[in-house]
Ligand binder design. Structure first.
Ligand code: G1P
Ligand code: ZN
Length: 544
């Protein structure tokens, strides 16, 4: 088979964001656009010649087209073997699991996570390294630098490789192995959690759950694990068939976009437990009957109860959370005498801590939780962790959370997103906040006094790399915080995220609705940042 060297010119906009390169599908469909970025990976990641690569995606529109192109380019660039999920499918955590288990050099994961899919919606591509995790900034920067200078790419002239049958095929000298996308992952889950006990919970007849796969990647995973291996009744699963456009939905498991599930859990005769995952299977939302567990609380609760789960029975080494995530996990770490790390937003910052054995559990407020079992956040893992806790503790979800607050206090928490605002206005808002740093400490806003204000910067404790401008923090003397940052995953305009947090130790005051409990801080955030003045918006697009 013939390899062609195709001449090309650089695109200026191939800088990876919080989680890889994400653009609208028509951007990826421009001639040479995908090829340029893929060749930039082959040119800047050392050791891909002769390597084993893992390849798969969340099944969204353009997934299969991109996979065929990447296979031909991998063959032309001297890759020895590609493990690809059947029909081009692999959830993000499963891709991480497969890279680690089969000792691959790396993987290419195709996803735009929770963003809508379809011919005019979003697509994404990212590179994961041999630890199974998203490439660190050093590598993503090198890929970007290469994309600015690229003048040719290599591709094999060949027919499409059939991906619907398991087994081995050849593309030139390269082996293409079509693997079951679920098997390795399901086996890993079975090694971590007490499956017999969870199975008994379902068999008791006193426990009902609903898992909403939102027509995205987790459907087949949930069918194998929840139905087949754990014996949950079939009506436990909703929207389990993956669709190219996710059924027109927005598979982001939060109170706004997973409202169908929320309605069930807050309706009459609600089941005991509800959960949802996102487009590529790495996020999770946890609900009880009439109860929502914030992702920040979920991380803290998993950490406090980890020894009840076989995979973590020996205890955990430490906890890491992204900076905007609430400090609930810090309180657990302090009580258990464990280290707790605060990292910038994005899972790639957890990789070094996990590899070095400094932390076992990590999480983000953005519905991401995970552990050292893989190097991505993991939606179904979090659901299984909760099922394991429910099976052992024999309490309701609300009961477990309220007991946690009694012991550790409650961190009231909310995130307000202003989506699709004008980019220049959003930048001006952040600049205006920075300009106030010198005068803020000591300033009073009602009952709140500013203790510090800064631009979060992080020095990685393992490789000493420095990441600056990771969000604006305004901390108050009572430990409350307001954080402002601009999203790094959006594909249209800018998204302003405002994160609000207040601590309440008094158990008689822990039952408020979080928006009520945070009302003063919400007002202060607008006063400080002039959100309405800058963006012209009088309310957020999404509140979680
Ligand atoms: C968002 C979340 C962040 C998460 C990322 C990828 O990034 O806020 O926590 O790691 O998606 O799933 P952002 O759009 O805020 O840059
Ligand atoms: Zn995702």
């Amino acid at each position: 088979m013939q390899v062609t060297d195709v001449r090309t010119t650089p695109f200026a906009d191939q800088k990876p964001g919080t989680s890889g390169l994400r653009k609208k599908v028509p951007v990826f469909q421009q001639p040479h656009y995908l090829e340029n970025f893929v060749q930039s990976i082959f040119d800047s990641v050392p050791g891909l010649k002769g390597a084993t690569l893992v390849l798969g995606g969340d099944g969204r529109y353009y997934n299969l087209t991109a996979i065929q192109t990447i296979l031909k380019m991998a063959a032309a660039n001297g890759v020895t073997q590609v493990l690809v999920g059947r029909d081009g499918l692999l959830s993000t955590p499963a891709a991480s699991c497969v890279i680690r288990k089969h000792r691959a050099t790396g993987g290419i994961v195709l996803s735009a996570s929770p963003n809508p899919a379809g011919p005019t919606e979003d697509f994404g591509i990212k590179y994961n390294t041999d630890n199974g995790g998203p490439a660190p900034e050093k590598i993503t920067e090198a890929i970007y630098a290469r994309s600015r200078a690229i003048d040719h790419y290599r591709i094999m002239q060949a027919d499409a490789v059939p991906l619907d049958r398991l087994g081995e095929q050849r593309l030139g000298d390269m082996r293409v192995v079509v693997i079951d996308p679920v098997a390795d992952y399901a086996e890993l889950m079975e090694s971590l959690f007490d499956f017999p006990r969870i199975r008994a919970l379902f068999q008791s007849g006193h426990f009902r759950m609903r898992f909403d796969a939102m027509h995205a990647i987790t459907g087949p995973y949930a069918e194998e694990i929840l139905l087949r291996r754990l014996g949950a009744p079939t009506d436990s699963l909703l929207n389990a068939t993956p669709l190219e456009d996710f059924g027109g939905g927005h598979p982001d498991p939060n109170l706004t976009y997973a409202h169908a599930l929320v309605d069930i859990l807050f309706g009459t005769d609600a089941p005991d437990f509800g959960a949802a995952s996102d487009g590529d299977g790495d996020r999770n939302m946890i609900l009880g009957r009439n109860f929502f567990v914030t992702p920040s609380d979920s991380l803290a609760i998993l950490a406090a109860n980890a020894t009840l789960v076989p995979g973590y029975a020996q205890g955990i080494a430490g906890i890491a959370r992204s900076m905007p995530t609430s400090q609930a996990a810090d309180r657990v770490a302090a009580a258990l005498n464990l280290p707790c790390y605060e990292t910038p937003t994005g899972w790639k910052f957890f990789g070094n801590l996990l590899d070095a054995g400094k932390v076992t559990l990590c999480g983000e407020e953005s519905f991401g939780t995970g552990s050292d079992h893989v190097r991505e956040k993991d939606g179904l893992w979090a659901v299984l962790f909760w099922l394991n806790l429910l099976a052992v503790r024999k309490q309701s979800v609300a009961g477990i959370v309220q007991e946690h607050w009694q012991r550790f206090g409650r961190n009231y928490y909310s995130r307000h997103d202003y989506e699709g605002v004008d980019s220049a206005a959003a930048t001006a808002l952040i600049e205006d906040l920075r300009a106030q740093f010198a005068t803020l400490p000591g300033r009073r806003f009602g009952a709140y006094t500013v203790a510090y204000s800064d631009d979060f910067a992080y020095t990685d404790p393992i490789d000493a790399s420095l990441s600056t401008n990771q969000g604006i923090r305004i901390g108050f003397t009572d430990g409350s915080r307001i954080v402002f940052r601009l999203s790094g995953t959006g594909t249209e305009g800018a998204t302003l995220r405002v994160y609000l947090e207040r601590y309440e130790a008094d158990t008689t005051k822990q039952g408020l609705d979080s928006q009520t409990a945070l009302a003063d801080l919400i007002r202060i955030a607008d006063e400080l940042a002039g959100i309405a003045r800058h963006t012209g918006r009088d309310r957020p697009t999404v509140i979680t």
